[in-house]
Design a protein around this ligand. Structure first.
Ligand code: PMP
Length: 428
């Protein structure tokens, strides 16, 4: 259909002034002017259900966060060169959500910066350079982090010190084996190959939701064997919780907890400030010592008063609104509903995920699992035309990525499922 004139002109002006890389989502792009909960409003006053944005975790324009940030902006913004009681208090509160071994926090502004710092710290601690990530991982945009983010395209090559392993897709496991054994062997093979090329292992870094690989969260537990292998080789395990953290996966605050492991380093970002740029790196104290002795690290905006006020307000809401429990319950209903709707579809290979992170894999054939990217795009755009926002992910971009703000409530789940059933009737 025709784009509204105003929107068409804004897009044209956008193309004239913005630098490279600013791609728009949906065949018919959309502009939002307001939001609340998991809802967004366009210029004409239409209500959309946001089932995609993980940043406004406690909801768009949450009044408690808005008030805390507005107050701080109007009072003072100082940085970590000064004593800030609010920063200390925030660090204590955030760290109390982790196992006690993880007891040091650094604050930065983006997930990329957090991963960049994590890997630099890992190199100092281990004396190694080797990095292992999953085959279609994304960890961020700095040059360092891009060198171990295989999704970034031919112009962004992987480092010679980087090795790729399978994502934890249980369907890759040989008969008679287990996912734990499969992943352990993958990691062992990567470590051996690194060593053959003169690289000692610095770190295995994994997104605990494996978002860009296509959303693989289950079964919990297989990471124990993997982390053991990493430690045996003298490396550290970095859990990238930029996607999976802050209760996204429902059962706990942090994705790694589902595996019964304690990482050496944890990174987090996106939902941490409900939209204010704040990210974090949590360490075992012994792991960050060597870096601390040798490198000056000061991050101007990282840990300054305004983003910290946002971070603290988010934690307030988590406590007051019992966010984690709601994610668990609504996520279970959402996945069960999607399974029911698609159970007889010849084009849906799997509904998977945990909490409010759901993937629906779309294929040409359930036997061969041949990906159907075009059909996936049709479904995403049909949902958008019915004013529900989702997107796609995975190696072949054929997995629907359903990842609403955690404020998604049971009425939102019902609206989502009703609409999805209509789209599925035509397409799936
Ligand atoms: N790690 C993961 C798993 C991510 O999904 C992202 C962002 N999509 C990043 C790191 C980078 O975060 P940022 O965009 O805040 O730099």
């Amino acid at each position: 259909s025709e784009l509204p004139e105003h929107l068409r002109r804004t897009i044209q002006r956008r193309d004239e002034v913005l630098g490279p890389g600013y791609t728009l989502i949906y065949r018919e792009p959309v502009e939002f002017v307001a939001g609340h909960g998991a809802h967004l409003t366009d210029r004409d006053g239409n209500d959309y259900l946001d089932a995609y944005n993980n940043v406004p975790c406690v909801g768009h324009a949450h009044p408690h966060v808005a008030e805390a940030v507005a107050r701080q902006v109007a009072v003072v913004n100082t940085n970590t060169r000064y004593v800030q009681e609010a920063l200390v208090e925030y660090a204590e509160r955030l760290l109390s959500t982790f196992p006690e071994e993880l007891s040091k926090l650094s604050i930065a502004c983006s997930g990329s910066e957090a991963n960049d710092l994590a890997v630099r710290v890992a190199r100092f601690h281990t004396g190694g350079e080797g990095i292992i990530v999953t085959r279609w991982a994304y960890h961020g945009i700095t040059r360092e982090v891009a060198s171990f983010s295989p999704t970034l395209g031919a112009g962004s090559p992987l480092g010679p010190n980087v090795r790729l392993i399978d994502a934890p897709d249980p369907r890759l496991v040989a008969p008679g084996s287990t996912l734990a054994e499969h992943m352990r062997q993958q990691v062992r093979g990567a470590i051996d190959d690194l060593e053959r090329h003169g690289y000692r292992l610095a770190a295995l870094i994994t997104d605990c939701a494996h978002s860009s690989d296509g959303i693989f969260t289950d079964p919990p537990g297989y990471m124990r064997a993997v982390v053991e292998e990493v430690h045996t080789a003298g490396g550290v395990y970095i859990a990238d919780e930029v996607q999976s953290g802050f209760a996204r996966l429902g059962e706990s605050m942090w994705g790694f907890s589902r595996h019964g492991v304690v990482p050496d380093i944890v990174t987090m970002g996106k939902p941490m400030g409900n939209g204010l740029p704040i990210s974090g790196v949590v360490f075992r104290p012994e792991v960050c010592e060597e870096f601390g002795r040798n490198v000056r690290y000061f991050n101007t905006f990282g840990g300054s008063s305004i983003p910290v006020a946002a971070g603290a307000a988010v934690l307030d809401v988590f406590e007051k609104e019992n966010v984690q429990q709601r994610v668990l319950e609504n996520g279970n209903v959402l996945r069960a509903g999607l399974r029911e709707i698609t159970k007889n579809s010849p084009y849906v290979a799997e509904v998977r995920g945990a909490g409010l992170y759901v993937g629906v894999e779309i294929v040409k054939d359930r036997e061969t699992l041949e990906p159907d990217r075009a059909l996936t795009e049709d479904v995403i755009n049909d949902m958008r035309d019915r004013r529900i926002l989702i997107s796609g992910t995975g190696t072949s971009a054929n997995t629907l990525k359903i990842r609403p703000p955690l404020a998604f409530d049971s009425a939102d789940v019902t609206r989502f499922l009703d609409t999805f059933a209509e789209v599925a009737k035509n397409r799936l």
